[in-house]
Design a protein around this ligand. Structure first.
Ligand code: HEM
Length: 135
């Protein structure tokens, strides 16, 4: 049996207390039955109802127990479409510009240290030679 897939448009329709879907890490959870049980209150869940709640959920630092509870309400996966919002966590992990600039800085630093090392070596040689010349 294949897992059901929802688009963000599908999920967005479930944003009321009587019918509440949340998206966390690209998975869809029908949290309707959980609203009244949530230790963090119903208000926060309704705020992110029908949307990507990954950031809100992770910001709180939910326990492993909370994550297990989540699995009980799993109803399917998110089917991403062009133009859909990307959760921040994933975006920064895969964003190439940030990585490239980081690597560039690293290379520049190595080059700097290497050139500094060469300068020190030749400087030392030069000093040795000029001292020998004096002797
Ligand atoms: C269906 C999804 C969720 C489940 C199963 C869930 C479960 C839980 C559980 C079990 C706790 C107790 C503390 C812990 O074990 O970590 C908790 C606390 C809390 N949750 Fe959630 N949570 C969900 C979604 C959210 C979302 C989307 C938010 C924020 C927008 C949120 C905000 C909070 C806050 C603020 C607390 C702390 C309450 C306190 O310590 O006074 N939760 N949640």
């Amino acid at each position: 049996m294949s897992v059901q897939e929802f688009t963000y448009q599908d999920v967005a329709e479930h944003n009321t207390k009587k019918d509440l879907f949340l998206v966390i890490h690209d998975k869809v959870y029908d949290s309707t039955k959980f609203i009244d049980e949530h230790p963090g209150g119903e208000e926060v869940l309704l705020d992110v109802g029908g949307q990507d709640a990954t950031e809100a959920f992770e910001d709180v630092g939910h326990s492993d127990e909370a994550r297990e509870t989540l699995e009980k309400y799993f109803v399917g996966n998110v089917k991403r479409q062009p133009g859909d919002p990307t959760p921040k966590a994933t975006a920064s992990a895969v964003a190439p510009p940030a990585d490239t600039s980081g690597a560039g800085m690293g290379t520049a630093l190595y080059a700097f240290v290497f050139i500094g090392g060469l300068a020190a070596y030749f400087g030392y040689q030069y000093l040795q030679q000029s001292q020998e010349a004096q002797a």
